[in-house]
Ligand binder design. Structure first.
Ligand code: NHR
Length: 179
């Protein structure tokens, strides 16, 4: 998220594409990213999913919050709640995510340990459209990193994360440039 905000400013998205990050929303009030975004003067909101009886109720409240900003693009960055089909349909064509694996390999959680356990020589990250089926939307961009002998999940995760910070801003800019 911070890498995207930084890129939007350094690469002058407002002048070049008429685009800006307008809000940062989390389901965790104490998320580090929210604190950072607030320090950057961005509009921020936190919606605690535990305050809602169902996923549908949480997603309806989240949708109402997101829609106050009329976003052209909704960018998941470390957002860890599976979104309901109704939410996904509402933002069809403007909802994207970055997943820490080379999709379609290793959908879901704990991707780095699973890649190591499978003996993969390469791992990476994938920017994809979000559909109702988890981690199955169209692939928009990928970055590849080597898996090193003796790698731990943490070591591999940090190698992948460095690439995520390069890949995601680039993919988001490509989307807004394409209109
Ligand atoms: N929602 C839909 N409908 N489709 C996708 O492709 C989504 C999505 C929501 C989030 C991000 C994804 C990732 O990149 C993402 C993609 C969370 C989980 C998960 O199991 C799975 C994949 C992703 C994010 N979440 C648990 C849940 O019950 C909670 C886990 C936790 O809180 O730590 O929602 O990794």
């Amino acid at each position: 998220m911070a890498a995207i905000v930084d890129a939007s400013r350094q690469r002058r998205w407002l002048e070049r594409h008429g685009a800006a990050v307008t809000a940062v929303i989390s389901n965790k009030a104490d998320a580090g990213g929210l604190i950072w975004a607030r320090s950057q003067g961005l509009a921020c909101a936190a919606l605690d999913h535990r305050a809602y009886p169902t996923r549908e109720a949480f997603d309806a409240a989240l949708m109402a919050q997101v829609d106050t900003h009329s976003p052209a693009l909704v960018v998941l960055a470390g957002f860890m709640r599976i979104l309901t089909p109704g939410f996904v349909a509402h933002y069809e064509g403007r909802l994207v995510n970055i997943h820490p694996s080379l999709l379609p390999a290793f959908t879901g959680l704990h991707t780095h340990q699973r890649a190591i356990d499978a003996g993969c020589r390469f791992a990476g990250a994938t920017v994809h459209r979000v559909t109702a089926e988890l981690d199955h939307g169209a692939i928009l961009a990928q970055a590849v990193v080597p898996v090193m002998p003796g790698d731990t999940a943490d070591a591999l995760a940090s190698r992948v994360l460095s690439q995520e910070h390069r890949l995601y801003p680039q993919a988001v800019e490509a989307l807004i440039a394409a209109g």
